[in-house]
Design a protein around this ligand. Structure first.
Ligand code: UTP
Length: 296
C-alpha cells in the first residue's frame, strides 16, 4: 500500500486588500484585526498547531510588517514586562514568538487567492499542505483543520471545508456540486465533489454547499493554478484551480463540525467578537451583564 504523506505545512494567504473592512484595512492587513484581544491570524495559527501542523507559511502583501512583528520576539516589550513583574502578560507575549516556525512569502499584487497560494510552491515542494483563510474564524471542539486532515489521511486526496448557506448567499462563495460518500458508517457529512464554481448566481448554483476558508491540498494543485486563467472578479481563483484538479483525481468536501464566523465582514466580525467575549472566563460575566442592560 502506498503511504499517504503527512500534512506538515499550512499556508496563510494574508495579502488581500480587505476592501470590505475599510478604513481599518487601509494600513494593516485584515488578518491583524483583533477579536477580543487576539488578531485573526493568531486564531488560525493556533488552529493549525492544534491540528498537528507545525510549519506556517504566511503570504503577505503591502503592510506586511505588523504580521511579522506579531510573531517575532519583542525584546523591548519583554524587558519592560519583566522589570514590572507582569508575569502573565510576559508569558502571553512569549508564547506567540515561541509558538511557530514561520516563513513569509510576498505576493506583490493581489491577483487572487489561487495566485497567493501559488507563491508558496517552492516552500511546500511535493507534499500535501493546508490552506487557512484566517478571516474565517472557526470555533470547534475538534479543530476544523484537523477534521479535514483526518479525511485527507484516509483518502490521500484534497479536501475542502463545506458549510450550508442560504441560497441567496451563494454568490459570495465557491459552491460545489457534490454527492454524499459513506465514511466511518456515516454519509451525511462527507461529499465527493463533482464540480465547483466560484461566486455563482443563486439561480445557477449547483447546491447551497459553500466552500469556506480551510483546505487540504495535494501538491498537484500548483500545476492546476498555473494552468488556469483569471476568473470571477478578474482574479486567479483557487476554486477554478480545484475544478481543474478534478481531472487528476477525486476531491472531497466535509461539512465540518463547528461554528464559523466571517470576520472579514463587519457584521460577521461583530458576531465573532460578541460570542468570543461571552465565552471568556475573565470577560464573559461582566460582558453578559452589560449586554442584558442594553434596551434593545
Ligand atoms: P477575500 O476574498 O476575503 O478578499 O480573500 P480580500 O481582498 O482579502 O477582502 P475583501 O473581499 O476585499 O474585503 C480571501 C483570503 O485570500 C487572501 C486574503 O488575504 C484572504 O485571507 N488573498 C486574497 C490573498 O492573499 N491574495 C489575493 O490576491 C486575494
Amino acid at each position: 500500500m502506498e503511504m499517504i504523506p503527512k500534512v506538515r505545512k499550512a499556508v496563510f494567504p494574508a495579502a488581500g486588500l480587505g476592501t470590505r473592512f475599510l478604513p481599518a484595512t487601509k494600513a494593516q492587513p485584515k488578518e491583524m484585526l483583533p477579536v477580543v484581544d487576539k488578531p485573526l491570524i493568531q486564531y488560525g495559527v493556533e488552529e493549525a498547531l492544534d491540528s498537528g501542523v507545525p510549519n506556517i507559511i504566511i503570504i503577505t502583501g503591502r503592510n506586511k510588517s505588523s504580521i511579522e512583528d506579531h510573531f517575532d520576539v519583542s525584546f523591548e516589550l519583554e524587558n519592560v514586562l519583566e522589570s514590572k513583574h507582569k508575569d502573565h502578560l510576559l508569558s502571553v507575549v512569549r508564547k506567540i514568538s515561541d509558538m511557530i516556525n514561520v516563513s513569509y512569502v510576498r505576493q506583490k499584487e493581489a491577483l487572487g487567492l489561487g495566485h497567493a497560494v501559488l507563491r508558496a510552491r517552492e516552500l511546500i515542494g511535493p507534499e500535501p499542505f493546508a490552506v487557512v483563510l484566517a478571516d474565517d474564524v472557526i470555533e470547534a471542539k475538534r479543530p476544523c483543520l484537523r477534521q479535514l486532515i483526518d479525511v485527507h489521511d484516509f483518502f490521500g486526496a484534497s479536501v475542502v471545508a463545506l458549510m450550508e448557506v442560504p441560497r441567496e448567499a451563494v454568490s459570495a462563495y465557491g459552491v460545489v456540486d457534490a454527492e454524499p460518500v459513506e465514511h466511518n458508517g456515516a454519509c451525511d457529512k462527507l461529499f465527493r465533489i463533482r464540480s465547483l464554481v466560484e461566486k455563482p448566481n443563486p439561480q445557477d448554483a449547483p447546491s447551497n454547499l459553500a466552500i469556506i476558508g480551510r483546505y487540504v491540498l495535494t501538491p498537484e494543485i500548483f500545476q492546476s493554478i498555473d494552468s488556469i486563467e483569471a476568473g470571477a472578479g478578474g482574479e486567479i481563483q483557487l476554486t477554478d484551480a480545484l475544478r481543474h484538479l478534478l481531472r487528476n483525481g477525486p476531491i472531497y468536501g466535509l461539512l465540518f463540525e463547528g461554528t464559523r464566523y466571517d470576520a472579514g465582514d463587519k457584521l460577521g466580525f461583530l458576531k465573532a467578537t460578541v460570542e468570543f467575549a461571552l465565552g471568556r472566563d475573565d470577560l464573559g460575566g461582566p460582558f453578559r451583564e452589560y449586554l442584558k442592560s442594553l434596551e434593545l
